[in-house]
Each structure stands twice: as C-alpha cells, then as structure tokens.
Ligand binder design. Structure first.
Ligand code: ATP
Ligand code: LTN
Length: 338
C-alpha cells in the first residue's frame, strides 16, 4: 500500500474473515471476490480474524492448519500483498486492546440484540462465553483502528456494521472526531448464498453437514455430487420465484459465476429439468474454482512465502492501528508510558 497525502487520500477498505473452517462459496461470492476487485481502486486492509474464531472452541492443530489454509487460499483468490495489507489479526495487539476499550462503550442491551449472538449461542449452548457476546466490539475495533470508509461483507454482517457505526458515533460524541463511521458495502448478487441442504439458512463453513456447503477447495467430483444432492422443489421448472428457495439459490450461484441475469438463466434452461440445471451449475463452479485451487496448491506448500507476506502486512497494519489506539487512549485520559 502506498503512502499518500490527505488531499489524494484513497478511500480505505477494511474487511476480515474467520479461519473457522474451510472457506465456502458463500464466503467467496459474499466477500472475497469483492475484496479482490476493490484492491486497485482503494487502500485495502484485510485480516484473518483468528481472535474471533476462538469464541467457538477450536482444536489447536486443526485451528493452526485452518489459519494457514485460509491465508494461502485468499492469496490464491487474488489478494495481493503488493497492493493491500493482508495480516493475521492476533499479530497486531492493538485489536485486542481497542476491543477492551470499546467494550466499555457498548451496551449490554445492544449486544443482546445481535442475531449472530442469538444463533451461535443456540448452536453452542454448552459454551455461551463472554467472547461470543462481545464479538461485535472486537469487530468494531478491527474496523475503527484503520479509519475505514467502507467494509465489504455479506448481508449477514449488516447488523454488526450498524453497531460499529453506533459505537463510533457515541465515542466521537464524547471525545470529538476520533473515529470514521464506516459504510457497509454489500454485493447485489451473491450477498447471501444459502445452504444446499436447507436453503432458508445461509451457507456456513461451520455447518456440521458438509453437503450443505461447497468449499472453494472441494474436488470437482465432490462439487458435482453436492450440487446433484441439493434440495429443490417439485415444480421442476428453472424459474426464480417465491417458495423456490433451493432453485433461487442455485440460480444465484450460477449468476455469480457466469454473470448471466436471472432472465437469461430461465431462458437457457427453458424446457429442461433440474437434473440438467444442477449439472450446469456444478460444471460452471468447478471451472471457476480450478485456477484458484491450482494456485492454492503452490502457496500452501511455501510456508516461508506465507510468512513473508503476513509479517510484512502486520508491520504495515500495526503502524496505522497504533496511531489510532494512541489517540483513543489519550482522549480518554490514560497516561502515556513514554
Ligand atoms: P462461520 O460459519 O464460522 O460463522 P461464515 O461462513 O459465516 O463462518 P465468516 O468468516 O463469518 O463466515 O464470514 C466471512 C465473510 O463471508 C463475511 O463477509 C460474511 O458476510 C460472508 N459470508 C459468510 N457466509 C456467507 C453466505 N452464505 N453468503 C454470502 N456471504 C457470506
Ligand atoms: N465477523 C465477521 C468477520 C470479521 C469482520 C471484521 C468483517 C471480523 N472482523 C471486521 C468485517 C470487518 C464475519 O464476517 N463473520
């Protein structure tokens, strides 16, 4: 990322993804594909949100390999550390520090209303820990440290972004202009890819049923098999409409891959059954993912290169983050050590 004077300041983009499992087509179309495209136009800062991931219990060896896998996969998708910063959240300690501060400016009632908290605490009822509850203030810290103008995410994160704005505005209301209040940036198509097994639920990498998601690293035959098993309806007509969640979702995926509109897709499959349609969707996805998988295989076997990339990015991110954190601490009234 280049340094620029304030006059020619490019807008700042921040986003992050958790290394909580294998990255899915939902993550790819809802978030990653956008990140890659934004790199030329904006100053982009991206992170692997590993601190967020431990809100759900992780097995250490698996967690570590998920972090490497996610890092290599994002490079393979086209995140370029020559253009953007792409670091590991736990490497920049300002995230944890600002999160604590923001916890003290976030209300219990606000956090209780977060639907992700309600969903995840129902799903992990044996481990409803305080981190799961305060997850959004850590996310607010991630974003506010970089004075981000825009945050590209899938539709499920909109509520967290609204809370981030509220926290920023509340803090600014007390201490003056410290934080930039960010805007969400949500794609029109692909913002919400649904589960292949229950198309009323979002596709999620932490779903226990592997048939419900397509992983970006799934082998071609696995992808084809999962699409063939996808839940549809009994009308047997490729048409976008109410009560057709499964087909709507497959059409959304096909549209994200091919760039075709819903009307074009309906015309293409006029008179054809769901079997043909599912094969076409599967093949289009396989071809789209093939070059990404090839690049991934190179990166994942080059740990030295991965390290070079995440260290360089963490150093860059740390400078910006520390500047914001210092300002916050001073405004609140803390005494500086030096
Ligand atoms: P988990 O299952 O652990 O909650 P997740 O698959 O929901 O993970 P996150 O790491 O929470 O993924 O999200 C990373 C990015 O992917 C976010 O921007 C989120 O909005 C987006 N995203 C996640 N799931 C989908 C989906 N089904 N459709 C579109 N975007 C998605
Ligand atoms: N909670 C996010 C991941 C995340 C994030 C962020 C996204 C952590 N910190 C900051 C955008 C900005 C999610 O996508 N589930």
């Amino acid at each position: 990322m280049e340094q620029q004077t304030s006059q020619e300041r490019k807008k700042v983009i921040f986003s992050a993804i958790q290394p909580s499992g294998t990255i899915t087509l939902g993550n790819y179309f809802g978030a990653l594909k956008n990140w890659v495209q934004l790199q030329d136009e904006f100053n982009c800062v991206f992170a692997l949100a590993d601190l967020h991931t431990i809100t759900v219990r992780q097995e250490p060896a698996k967690f570590r390999s998920n972090i490497y896998e996610a890092y290599a996969l994002l490079l393979a998708c086209g995140i370029d550390v020559e253009k953007s910063a792409f670091f590991i959240q736990s490497h920049v300690s300002a995230h944890s520090q600002l999160a604590w501060v923001l916890n003290c400016y976030t209300q219990f009632g606000e956090l209780s209303r977060m639907t992700q908290f309600k969903d995840k605490s129902a799903k992990h009822s044996d481990n409803v820990n305080a981190g799961l509850f305060t997850y959004p203030s850590l996310m607010a810290a991630d974003i506010l440290l970089y004075q981000a103008d825009m945050v590209p995410v899938g539709a499920d994160q909109k509520q967290h972004l609204e809370l981030t704005r509220n926290i920023a505005e509340r803090f600014n209301g007390i201490y003056g202009n410290v934080f930039k209040a960010p805007e969400p940036y949500i794609p029109k198509v692909g913002a919400r890819i649904m589960s292949l097994q229950d198309p009323t639920k979002k596709m999620s990498k932490s779903d226990e049923n592997a048939n419900s998601y397509i992983a970006v690293l799934d082998k071609p035959e696995v992808i084809m098999k999962k699409f063939k098993r996808a839940i549809t309806d009994s009308e047997a007509k490729v048409r976008f409409g109410e009560g057709k969640d499964g087909i709507n979702n497959l059409m959304g995926i096909y549209s994200s891959v091919t760039g075709k509109t819903m009307q074009e897709i309906e015309a293409e499959f006029d008179g054809k059954g769901y079997g043909d349609f599912k094969i076409a969707v599967g093949e289009a996805v396989v071809e789209h993912l093939r070059p990404i998988q090839e690049r991934f295989n190179i990166y994942i076997n080059d740990k030295a290169y991965l390290k070079e990339c995440y260290q360089k990015s963490a150093e860059f991110a740390e400078r910006i983050a520390q500047r914001t954190l210092d300002k916050v601490m001073k405004k609140i009234g803390f005494v500086a050590r030096s």
